[in-house]
Design a protein around this ligand. Structure first.
Ligand SMILES: Cc1cc2nc3c(=O)[nH]c(=O)nc-3n(C[C@H](O)[C@H](O)[C@H](O)COP(=O)(O)OP(=O)(O)OC[C@H]3O[C@@H](n4cnc5c(N)ncnc54)[C@H](O)[C@@H]3O)c2cc1C
Length: 464
């Protein structure tokens, strides 16, 4: 008789974890059924939202969900832009890591052990007070989490010099199939033992298992920085200038780009005095000691002025901050232009930028769309924003077709379909284009090795 009684996985989870960690009200389930992805994606209201507080909680969750065939959708702050944290099956549960926020810093080893729910900004502030530095700086750093950053291999402006999240993950602890605990790495900088299981998890978007802890590398905090603003009246010159800066011996800590539409959007939103008539601008930041930053920024200025480009060097921190605010305001500023926005983050090898930038404009012209391009041009990573009216289905379809061409362009120039935002739901089709059949089959095999039942974030990144 007992054998035919149906077990309720949610009841089992409640019993194992306690009521307070398993929420099933419609409000909570709906609240956790979306992320920051700006376009409509496939989405379901999950049957529960679970809030683990310890590693053991996570282990129990996976053990039960694996036995009961319940899909698990891990979530950090929900700031992802490709639908990574969005639940897509009604029988699934969202696992929110917001209560796992402990971390410990080992100053002498310059490492830290961090739980996934720690807010990146809070961690960075803390280590900087100790004279240390954790560079990965996605624009969402004030609210996104270390777990989400690792799962997406997040990056930002200063990743040009310091590298993306991947460079700072020395080890992870994760719960994989059946509730097995996998621990990789140690607080050491050199380790070439075996396949690099740690890096499998960086950028895995929650599809291989649930991260419960990471060992992060820290570096010394730079003492000073200086910022210059370069104004261009010819888009083609930008690529040339980027190559010249990057081969000059100066290694900028950030090298950011804004095109004409991006400049105008910011000036319409919260003016900071950028020239509306310019074709493009570069924001160049260098860091190091007080003396070295003065020398480096002087070198960059001379180099650009030699190309007849107008350059302003910020006199002080407040002025530099004002210009950086313009860059940081781009998200909301573009949101003001049209009700719909497809924000892609493609990558080109730097040497192709001079050709690729005008070609992007051609795509916008072909589909009669407003396009704004900005991004981390130093590492070739551009955010291409296609703007449209959400109520106009025909225009929306044009934007979708234009996106296909944008990705084709990136791949034609030996680039990538994503430099930061990941694949999630929205770029699955394009991942196949990038990897080809052989590579895609291997991706599927790796996924199934960690998750043979396809219960960790199913339907994201690779289709198995
Ligand atoms: C305004 C804005 C600006 C942004 N700027 C940048 C930028 O400059 N650079 C950049 O890289 N990104 C940027 N993003 C995208 C986003 O913030 C990043 O992808 C970020 O890393 C997501 O972190 P999160 O904590 O919000 O994770 P979520 O969005 O909640 O989740 C992201 C992915 O991580 C998985 N995940 C979360 N926690 C775990 C865990 N513990 N175990 C396993 N999987 C987990 C989720 O399933 C999902 O697949 C921006 C987003 C916004 C809204």
């Amino acid at each position: 008789m007992l054998g035919i009684l149906k077990r309720d996985p949610i009841e089992r989870l409640r019993k194992a974890l306690g009521k307070d960690k398993v929420k099933t009200s419609l409000v909570e389930r709906k609240l956790y059924s979306y992320d920051a992805t700006p376009i409509p994606v496939e989405r379901s209201v999950p049957r529960a939202v679970i809030f683990p507080e310890t590693k053991e909680d996570v282990r129990r969750i996976v053990e039960i969900c694996y036995e009961e065939n319940v899909p698990m959708f891990p979530r950090g702050a929900g700031s992802g832009l490709t639908g990574g944290a969005v639940p897509t099956e009604e029988k699934g549960v969202v696992i929110s890591f917001e209560r796992m926020t402990r971390f410990e810093v080992d100053v002498d080893n310059a490492t830290a052990v961090v739980e996934p729910g720690v807010i990146t900004y809070e961690f960075q502030n803390y280590v900087e007070k100790l004279g240390l530095f954790y560079p990965p700086d996605p624009s969402s750093y004030k609210y996104s989490t270390i777990g989400g950053n690792i799962a997406e291999n997040a990056g930002g402006p200063r990743c040009l010099k310091y590298g993306v999240t991947r460079e700072y993950v020395l080890g992870i602890t994760a719960v994989i199939k059946e509730g097995n605990v996998l621990k990789t790495g140690n607080p050491i900088l050199k380790d070439v033992a075996g396949y690099d299981l740690t890096k499998f998890f960086v950028g895995s978007e929650g599809t291989l298992g649930l991260l419960t802890e990471a060992i992060l590398k820290l570096i010394p905090k730079p003492q000073a920085r200086a910022t210059a603003l370069a104004i261009f009246d010819d888009l083609r010159k930008v690529g040339e200038a980027v190559t010249k800066i990057m081969t000059s011996g100066v290694f900028p800590s950030a090298l950011e780009f804004m095109d004409r539409e991006a400049i105008r959007a910011v000036e319409d939103y919260k003016p900071v005095g950028l020239p509306r008539e310019a074709e493009a601008l570069l924001l160049i930041e260098v860091d190091g000691t007080e003396t070295s930053v003065r020398e480096q920024i002087g070198q960059v200025k001379d180099l650009l002025e030699g190309m007849n480009v107008k350059v302003d060097v910020s006199e002080n921190e407040a002025e530099a901050e004002r210009i950086w605010t313009a860059r940081k305001n781009l998200g909301p500023a573009l949101g003001n232009l049209r009700s719909g926005k497809i924000n892609e983050d493609i990558v080109f090898p730097r040497t192709y930028l001079s050709e690729a930038l005008p070609e992007l404009r051609e795509i916008a012209k072909k589909y009669d769309l407003l396009m704004a391009v900005f991004g981390h041009i130093g590492d070739g990573n551009l955010h291409v924003n296609l703007l449209y009216d959400k109520r106009n289905r025909e225009e929306e379809e044009r934007a979708e077709r234009a996106v296909d061409e944008v990705f084709e362009l990136a791949l034609r120039y030996q680039g990538s379909i994503t430099g930061e935002h990941g694949v999630g739901l929205t770029k699955k089709k394009f991942l196949k284009w990038q990897f080809g059949e052989e590579g895609y089959e291997l991706l599927k095999g790796i996924k199934l090795l960690f998750d043979p039942k396809n219960l960790f974030n199913p339907g994201k990144v690779v289709e198995v």
